[in-house]
Design a protein around this ligand. Structure first.
Ligand SMILES: [Zn+2]
Length: 98
């Protein structure tokens, strides 16, 4: 009987860690943006300066596609700020066909 109880506990733990993995995947999925063939040919951001902090774009930082254009940021964090409310930064990208 003890073995069965232990097995049940192991299975429960496995279930917990499985659901945690799922959560992580969901979090990652929120950041995934599909890139069509057109955009794949031009993986350079349209902006030279970060729309959030106005510093030079760092190409190592995650790019974001907004209204079908690729936007770069100066540092990690600016991409998240931008994603929370892209409309706030739309003016900063004016003249870039956004
Ligand atoms: Zn920044």
């Amino acid at each position: 009987m003890k073995a069965i109880a232990l097995l049940t506990m192991v299975l429960m733990f496995a279930g917990i860690s499985l659901s945690q993995t799922k959560d992580n995947i969901t979090d990652l999925n929120e950041k995934v943006i599909p890139i069509n063939t057109l955009e794949r040919n031009a993986l350079k951001p349209i902006n030279e300066n970060c729309p959030v902090e106005n510093l030079k774009v760092n190409e190592d930082v995650t790019f974001v596609i907004f209204n079908n254009v690729l936007i770069g940021f100066c540092c990690e964090g600016c991409d998240e700020v931008f994603l929370k409310n892209p409309k706030n930064f739309k003016d900063k990208l004016k003249g870039k066909d956004v």
